[in-house]
Design a protein around this ligand. Sequence first.
Ligand code: DX5
Ligand code: ZN
Length: 215
Amino acid sequence: MIKIAPSILSADFVNLERDIQRVSTADWLHVDVMDGCFVPNITIGVPVVQSIRKCTDMFLDVHLMIDKPVRYVEAFAQAGADLLSIHLEADHPTRIAEALKRMGEFGVKKAVALRPITAANAILPYLEELDMVLVMTVEPGFGGQAFMEHQLDTIRQVRTLIDRYHPACRLEVDGGISPKTAGAVIAAGADTLVAGSAVYGAADPAAAIAALREG
Ligand code: DX5
Ligand code: ZN
């Protein structure tokens, strides 16, 4: 089943509770954490995730665009994240493995994320223990960018690896997803779609969520 995860990066942060309620027909809530180091932008951190946890029961899909994410697994888990995505480019492989181990210890679901430059087979050392793989379809850092068409190949390659080695693993895509691009990413094998501007920029977010689900 296709899951839709609106990204609150495109919400009005002054009215965050209202904007979370506006997407309550979605499956997950996508929370973009940026550190100004791994990506040029700075967004939100642990205290905001804590506050979001208090105002919604939605599944919190927390995308960590931060260097050396192993340092913050415990804090985001305690803050109420249900799933953490860490970038494979953000640390050495042994520390990525350590971060995934900590996620298991703190009871959060485990995902690895790939920048557009990263090859699909980089997931192989971790795949069997993952709950999700996140394929970026823009360069991480900002909402509202154009979908990178060539990432359809990476999505297809990740789908092949998941089907072969760990079919229960979800495949999320993030960046430039709209009703125009949703069909192509679903056809390529994605089952979980993040969308920021396509949902929050729509006059009717619930209708946008429904349109994305249709592909
Ligand atoms: C970008 C973030 C995305 C962003 C997507 O680095 O990871 O989650 O919010 O925004 P749209 O859907 O507008 O491309
Ligand atoms: Zn994201």
